[in-house]
Design a protein around this ligand. Structure first.
Ligand SMILES: NC(=O)c1ccc[n+]([C@@H]2O[C@H](COP(=O)([O-])OP(=O)(O)OC[C@H]3O[C@@H](n4cnc5c(N)ncnc54)[C@H](OP(=O)(O)O)[C@@H]3O)[C@@H](O)[C@H]2O)c1
Length: 281
């Protein structure tokens, strides 16, 4: 049985679906999940990662677990060793951790110390482990949905700076591969999209997916900071804008790891946009 935390999010939802489609028995965990929800092969259980006893109880019976530290759990929360001990108490023997490429490229980033500490604790834990370090997600463009729906417009900074962002479903597929076989044990993978793509190009692809043009309005960094700090903490907004505006060479590079793990190239943004166009209509 495989336990998926963050099971209702961009990566987790796709992972639950993918594991169930492979015929795996899945336990899907989050705080807000409805335990009455039903999907063939999936049991939904409620748990808050900030409560290690609750996590241990909810993960009971799992052989492998996907660990996603979302929101404030990415910055605060119980010490990594306590969380991993709770997972071991549940009987789990393998953990696939969702980290972040930026913890490597931006060690000063607000979330980096906790992710780095989780990676270190997992390596030392005696559990079988795989670490996934993705670049920025295509799903971050959901932040544009409201203005696309209302005005067919996107207001965003750094229109022509291209980064190899990734489809969360590719991360989910890599996680499923690591959870279901021992081939990826002891590996840390940097997961990126297939090519660098700029916000202006993403807006063009979204317009094609909608069948209507979308106008791109370039914001200054200061304008963008005040817009995005409405929905993310200021230190996270700062590092996000630094990655988007002044990426390091490592952040601009396409990693071979998605292809190595999945045996196919990473999914392009245009395909993600076509699958998610309804969210922007
Ligand atoms: N977005 C990016 O560009 C990017 C880049 C690199 C790495 N990452 C990493 O990706 C992760 C976010 O993935 P995502 O986009 O799939 O997440 P998401 O869509 O924001 O979903 C978060 C999931 O975690 C659950 N959750 C949140 N807080 C929880 C808690 N305290 N206890 C239990 N469950 C909790 C949520 O459900 P409930 O609210 O119901 O609990 C939901 O299922 C983060 O770890 C982030 O560091 C993101």
């Amino acid at each position: 049985m495989i336990v998926v935390t963050g099971a209702t999010g961009n990566v987790g939802e796709a992972l639950v679906q993918g594991l169930a489609a492979r015929g795996e028995k899945v336990v899907a965990l989050s705080r807000g999940v409805k335990e009455s929800r039903h999907r063939e092969g999936v049991e939904y259980r409620r748990a808050d990662l900030s409560d290690s006893d609750e996590l241990a109880a909810a993960a009971a019976g799992g052989d492998a677990l996907f660990l996603l530290l979302s929101g404030e759990q990415g910055v605060f929360g119980p010490p990594p060793s306590e969380v991993l001990r709770a997972i071991e108490r549940a009987g789990v023997r393998k953990v696939v951790l969702l980290g972040s490429q930026s913890a490597e490229t931006r060690p000063g980033n607000a979330a980096a110390p906790r992710i780095t500490a989780f990676e270190a604790a997992l390596r030392d834990s005696g559990l079988t482990w795989t670490i996934l370090r993705p670049s920025g997600f295509f799903s971050n463009t959901f932040a544009w949905a409201e203005s696309v729906r209302a005005q067919r417009a996107v207001h965003w900074p750094f229109g022509d700076i291209a980064l190899p962002q990734i489809d969360p479903s590719d991360i989910a597929e890599a996680a499923a591969a690591a959870l279901c076989s021992d081939e990826h044990a002891g590996h840390a993978y940097t997961l990126t999209g297939p090519e660098p793509i700029s916000p202006r190009e993403q807006v063009r692809d979204l317009g094609r997916a909608l069948g209507e043009p979308i106008t791109f309005h370039e914001l200054t960094r200061a304008q963008a900071f005040s817009a995005i700090s409405e929905y993310m903490p200021a230190p996270v907004a700062e590092v996000t804008l630094s990655i988007l505006g002044t990426p390091t060479p490592a952040e601009q590079q396409v990693s071979p790891d998605v292809e190595k793990v999945l045996g196919r190239p990473a999914t392009p943004f245009a395909s993600w946009a076509a699958r998610h166009a309804d969210a922007f209509r």
